[in-house]
Design a protein around this ligand. Structure first.
Ligand code: B4P
Length: 190
């Protein structure tokens, strides 16, 4: 089984690149951002609670996202593997994911960390905000908060996966196709 964590700050290209990897390797795409946005669209209680955090650029509480991932893993027991996109985002989420995967005997194969300059992140997100209408992409101070939250709570995961010998840094600057090629080369060797 091939289990890939696609990692990086907001706007690094996780969602964009996940699409290429699913096609190339036949993996199931699990994006906590997409799962949360579909809960918001369905106006569920979980969605309404999540929205208040997302609109401010804060992380949704760990227990909410861990619960969502757990039920998705259970629903796809026969999968060839998974791409985790935007999850884990805290050390507690990473520990919970390792535990869930250990129960199935299918650990993380590698963590691919997209590296992108801050100004480029801001430009990409503001660009998407103009097209998609995503509330958290339309306001520069919310975007800056997301990047600060990333640096404080999510970036420590680089060390977490380095200690496990599973961290791969990938240059996330350039065209979407160039970056997809770099990722593919690494995933082939996992
Ligand atoms: P996500 O949906 O994960 O959103 P994101 O990290 O902000 O952006 P993403 O990574 O998907 O965007 P991409 O780079 O693909 O999270 C949204 C919110 O949900 C979080 O802020 C948080 O509140 C909550 N949440 C989600 N997961 C959570 C968790 N595990 N725990 C707690 N809370 C959680 O694309 C950005 C733009 O750049 C696109 O428009 C794309 O077209 C463009 N782009 C990509 N690559 C490019 C390139 N090479 N050149 C030019 N443009 C490019």
């Amino acid at each position: 089984m091939l289990n890939v964590v696609l990692f990086g700050p907001p706007g690094a290209g996780k969602g964009t690149q996940a699409e290429f990897l699913i096609d190339s390797f036949g993996l199931i795409h699990l994006s906590t951002g997409d799962l949360l946005r579909s809960e918001i669209a369905a106006k569920s209680q979980l969605g309404m609670e999540a929205k208040s955090y997302m609109d401010r650029g804060e992380l949704v509480p760990d227990e909410v996202v861990i619960g969502m991932i757990k039920s998705k893993l259970e629903a796809h027991r026969d999968a060839k593997g998974f791409i985790f996109d935007g999850f884990p985002r805290t050390v507690d989420q990473a520990v919970a994911l390792d535990k869930l995967l250990d129960e199935n005997g299918t650990p993380i194969s590698g963590m691919l960390s997209l590296e992108v300059e801050k100004q480029e992140l801001i430009n990409r997100l503001l660009g998407r905000g103009q097209i998609s209408g995503r509330a958290d992409d339309q306001n520069q101070s919310v975007i800056e908060n997301r990047i600060n939250v990333y640096n404080k709570k999510t970036a420590p995961l680089i060390e977490y996966y380095k200690k496990q010998g599973k961290h791969f840094g990938i240059d996330g600057m350039g065209t979407i196709e160039e970056i997809a090629g770099r990722l593919k080369e690494v995933v082939k060797k996992l």
